[in-house]
Write a protein that binds this ligand. Structure first.
Ligand code: PLP
Length: 403
């Protein structure tokens, strides 16, 4: 017999499983609203033109080598990432209290940050929003956090944020709990706290001595404006919080499979930075030793060249406006059909996703009868919609809701 016999089949990852079912479906008008990736108005993946341009330059550059990067990654890349997140003129950059570590996309930043907080600050409890990105729980638990707790976030009845629930849950959190916060474009709900609400969240976190871990997977992609999408992180820093933030370039650069990310660390004491970096070095060393170079080269090149940077900013506007247009189109179609219920939340939510409020039964109906693939939670990737299929999707939703 095999020694591997003890291994049982694990459960599938819903989002990838649904994506596979979509790919295998032979129905002509099938629609994919599962994976959080951008699609253009023809339903096709989009390589940003500025990325193609820089990749061609890189390919033509015979001086570039495939030597190992340092364990903490490419200095120019992480510095540019910190500056994009905090703003170039951030006082914490000027005073040497912020630094970055290149990571394997957003997930890698979460993993390295969580292990570091658990191992070196001895933090054991983390709080995540209910609901949240489906991988948060697993990443933190596998990074060593024994206690996973939820804070309320989504009110299914009002299809809005359950702000009282959120505050109540944070108020009862033990000191030194890590609170995972979505910097913008909350996944899966698409609902962010208002500025007023962020201020109250900061009040409670300060009072209860909670540690903010921001997850910034959509900077620039959400509103089209890098500064606006970084408001919450910058506000917490202004309030004097120490924090970490995992950044991803998967969505805003369309570099999904290149695994380009950064972990920004902000401390109140610049003298601690060498020790923090040295311990982060050992965390990374034990997991993957050092990061890949290609995607970081692309991003660093774009972020540090004015003309390329401007071109990229146009791209994120293109992507975010298309998402906003499709939200409006879907709502308009549902209103036209007289679909029961309010569909305002579709245009109020921001980012890639809409938390539609469709039930598991309605989701099953959409998949079985219409070949429209979405998650059981009712989350849809708005980019899966385009002028060619939005009417079809709206009619299908209408049918599912009125059945
Ligand atoms: N965090 C959130 C909220 C996300 O939605 C995602 C991707 O969907 C990630 C992190 C991490 O993505 P990646 O590891 O591809 O950067």
């Amino acid at each position: 017999g095999s020694r591997f016999q003890v291994v049982e089949q694990g459960p599938p990852i819903e989002v990838f499983q649904k994506n596979k079912l979509f790919l295998e479906d032979t129905f002509q008008n099938k629609v994919n609203l599962t994976v959080g990736a951008y699609r253009d108005e023809n339903g096709k993946p989009w390589v940003l033109p500025v990325v193609r341009k820089v990749e061609k330059q890189i390919a033509a550059d015979d001086t570039l080598l495939h030597e190992y990067l340092p364990v903490l990654g490419m200095e120019q890349f992480s510095a540019a990432s910190v500056s994009m997140l905090l703003g170039e003129d951030s006082p914490v950059i000027a005073s040497g209290r912020a630094f970055g570590v290149q990571t394997l996309s957003g997930t890698g930043g979460l993993r390295v940050g969580a292990e570091f907080l658990n191992r070196h600050l001895k933090y054991n409890t983390f709080y995540y929003s209910q609901p949240t990105w489906e991988n948060h729980h697993l990443v933190f638990v596998r990074s060593g956090f024994p206690n996973a707790r939820e804070y309320r976030y989504w009110d299914a009845k009002t299809r809005a944020i359950d702000f009282d629930g959120l505050i109540e849950d944070l108020r009862s959190a033990p000191a030194d709990s890590v609170v995972l916060l979505h910097a913008c474009a909350h996944n899966p709900t698409g609902i962010d706290p208002t500025h007023d609400q962020w201020e109250k969240i900061a009040d409670v976190m300060e009072e209860r001595k909670l540690f903010p871990f921001f997850d910034s997977a959509y900077q620039g992609f959400a509103s089209g404006d890098l500064d606006k999408d970084a408001w919450a992180v910058r506000y917490f820093i202004k309030r004097g919080f120490e924090l970490v933030c995992a950044q991803s370039y998967a969505k805003n650069f369309g570099l999904y499979n290149e695994r380009v990310g950064n972990l920004t660390v902000v401390t109140s004491d610049a003298a601690l930075v060498p020790a923090l970096k040295s311990q982060l070095t050992w965390v990374v060393r034990s997991i993957y030793s050092n990061p890949p170079a290609h995607g970081a080269r692309v991003v660093a090149t774009v972020l540090s060249d004015k003309a390329l940077f401007d071109q990229w900013r146009e791209h994120i506007k293109t992507m975010s406006s298309r998402v906003i247009q499709m939200r409006e189109a879907l709502r308009a179609e549902l209103i036209k059909l007289g679909t029961p219920g309010s569909w305002e939340h579709i245009v109020k939510q921001i980012g890639l996703f809409s938390f539609t409020g469709l039930t598991a039964r309605q989701v099953a109906h959409l998949i079985q009868e219409y070949h429209i693939y979405l998650l059981n939670s009712g989350r849809i990737n708005i980019c899966g919609l385009n002028p060619g299929n939005v009417q079809y999707v709206a009619r299908a939703i209408h049918d599912a809701v009125t059945k």
